[in-house]
Design a protein around this ligand. Sequence first.
Ligand code: SF4
Length: 210
Amino acid sequence: MNERTDRITIKDWLIDDSLLEKKPIMRCEIGECKGGCCSDGVWVDMGQAQAILEHAEMIAPYMPPERRNKETWFAEHYNDDKSFPSGEYIGTTTVVDETHPGGTTCVFLRPEDRYCAIQAASLADGMPGWELKPHYCCMFPLVDEYDESGIAKRLMLDSENSLFEHGGGCYKDATTLQPVFQVYAEETSMVLGVDGYRDLCRRTGVTPRL
Ligand code: SF4
């Protein structure tokens, strides 16, 4: 018998009902969604932003010429959220792009193919695609929720995000139902580890696809 789905905790993460719910959806495709989730940029831990800047010479050639000045890549520095490992975070900047459903995009979203320049440059340089890519971009559309002391509390679907209004929901309609965490098995595994993802499958009676 499967466990009660309102109590599943894996590696201290409470798995939210929004991930356990079965929906008739499948993963989006970049050619159709055009990177809708990249309309507004992303908050990045300062340590990760620094790593991106240290690889600026590698990343810049994968961006349009007018965006290659690394001084223009980040803005708005804060230190009021303990869920970021360094305690400090900063946003990627956005640029106007009338050809994108959102009308703006993250400075790193390539207009020609809607790939993330950070990821494209990393792969071309022989690095894992998620090595430098901002943590919350790798997770999306999953998000985490922390308590006030910065302790991880809940893993959930970011279904309340305004991005969903312009194609940033990261899904297409499908004819078969499957748990949301299974649609986003790669992102779930990034947070829980593949073993944690498989544990979640076992506890919900789902056949792992990773
Ligand atoms: S850093 Fe890359 S993946 Fe993240 S919002 Fe910008 S373009 Fe999208």
